[in-house]
Design a binder for this molecule. Structure first.
Ligand SMILES: Nc1nc2c(ncn2[C@@H]2O[C@H](COP(=O)(O)OP(=O)(O)OP(=O)(O)O)[C@@H](O)[C@H]2O)c(=O)[nH]1
Ligand SMILES: [Mg+2]
Length: 378
């Protein structure tokens, strides 16, 4: 129950809930029901608007008792709610080296800002020297890879692990910084070291602590789509993605990045939807069996791996070419669904306006798979 009062009493009680958004083009529908006391339209309008601003995805009861119900008071209350919002949403961008994480953080933050979201990009890659965004929070102010390598005589991989363990032990530093960005949506740019996600515990512990801090997080695992051009590499990509999902244990969105470049590394054996939807993997085994250099024992191992991946039935991908706003929007919709983000007012409409004004995107084929169309782009 949320009490909004200027008279030190609970006031009128109103129940508010919202319908599931059916499509990105439809505005959300709210229902208000008076439970007790004053049943005026003003009270209902206030309850509905405050509920929307709280961004919670379950019904809520408001106790409202105010001196006036003017637009000015409502605007003031919304600002206070946004400042003290209990729900912090964000995405943690992970994946192998060079898969496009930093580029994604920049482009996704631009996209979200354009649709009206306040975004803070947090760099937690201690070796990030090519940031095209200005980080709101930067791990470099806590620790850098370079100083760790020099002071502790570690190589780059050991140094990165040390930095992540250091951050894990100094989460108060991060929480304190996050507190300066109330009402923001957070995007975390992570280092490109696969072991950190597949079996080391620091990133997992860091995300657990962020969730404990009140953050609704989703992991975005970027995988370079050139792995699709080789059946063996694609199987190992699937296995790595599965292991990451199981280890990080957050709501998860896998993304095949750089789809405009996919076929530069060889023609795809199957339709792109085979790779994004991870359809019947026996076809991949057949392709591997046809390889004259494949070792018999390796084939048995591949079969076992495919059975494992299919047994979990968890891995699928969204294609992404970073310059394609429609594909970015698709990833953004999947992430919002995964971490339970509730749209701020007008965001859906802004997405549509943004997509309809996007220039330079040519679709040669159907819109569903994304990357074969983009690979035909100049
Ligand atoms: N063609 C194309 N290039 C991309 C795309 N996304 C990223 N890149 C390029 O891929 C390279 C690596 O991108 P980064 O964003 O630095 O990758 P990263 O995952 O942050 O790299 P590390 O932090 O070193 O692990 C850069 O040259 C980007 O410009 C894309 O969709 N298409
Ligand atoms: Mg990077």
């Amino acid at each position: 129950m949320i009490i909004v009062t200027q008279f030190k009493k609970i006031g009128a009680l109103v129940l508010v809930n919202r319908d599931e958004v059916k499509s990105s083009s439809s505005d959300p529908v709210f229902h208000t029901r008076s439970l007790l006391g004053n049943d005026s339209d003003d009270i209902h309008v206030f309850a509905r608007h405050l509920y929307e601003h709280l961004r919670i995805n379950k019904p809520a009861v408001f106790g409202i008792s105010l001196k006036d119900y003017s637009v000015k008071t409502l605007t003031l209350l919304k600002e206070v709610l946004l400042e003290h919002s209990l729900c912090i949403f964000g995405q943690i961008v992970i994946g192998p080296p060079g898969s496009g994480k930093t580029t994604y953080c920049h482009e996704m933050s631009q996209f979200l800002q354009q649709i009206g979201r306040k975004v803070a990009v947090v760099n937690i890659d201690p070796a990030n020297d090519g940031m095209m965004y200005t980080p709101a929070i930067d791990i470099a102010n806590l620790i850098t890879l370079e100083e760790v390598m020099v002071n502790y005589h570690l190589g780059p991989n050991g140094g990165l692990v040390y930095c992540m363990e250091f951050l894990e032990k100094n989460m108060d530093w991060l929480f304190e910084k996050i507190n300066h960005f109330k009402g923001h949506y957070f995007i975390f740019d992570c280092p490109g070291q696969v072991e950190l996600y597949t079996h080391h515990n620091s990133v997992k512990n860091i995300t657990e602590k962020l969730v404990g801090f009140g953050m609704h997080l989703c992991a975005i695992n970027l995988i370079d789509s050139h792995y699709c051009s080789d059946p063996g590499k694609f199987i190992s990509t699937l296995l790595m993605s599965l292991t990451t999902m199981l280890n990080i244990a957050l709501p998860h969105v896998n993304v095949l990045s750089k789809t405009d470049l996919t076929e530069r590394y060889g023609k795809l054996l199957f339709h792109p939807s085979f790779y994004t939807e991870v359809l019947d993997l026996d076809y991949l085994l057949d392709a591997l069996n046809e390889d004259p250099f494949a070792h018999k024992r390796g084939l048995k191992l591949n079969k076992a791996l495919v059975e494992l991946i299919e047994g979990y039935n968890l891995v699928s991908f969204i294609p992404l070419c970073i310059k394609n706003k429609e594909l970015i929007s698709r990833v953004h919709a999947a992430v919002d669904t995964a971490n339970g983000y509730i749209f701020g007012s007008g965001e859906e409409r802004n997405v549509n306006a943004l997509l309809s004004s996007a220039v330079g995107v040519h679709f040669a084929g159907g819109r569903d798979t994304g990357f074969e169309e983009m690979s035909t782009d100049p």
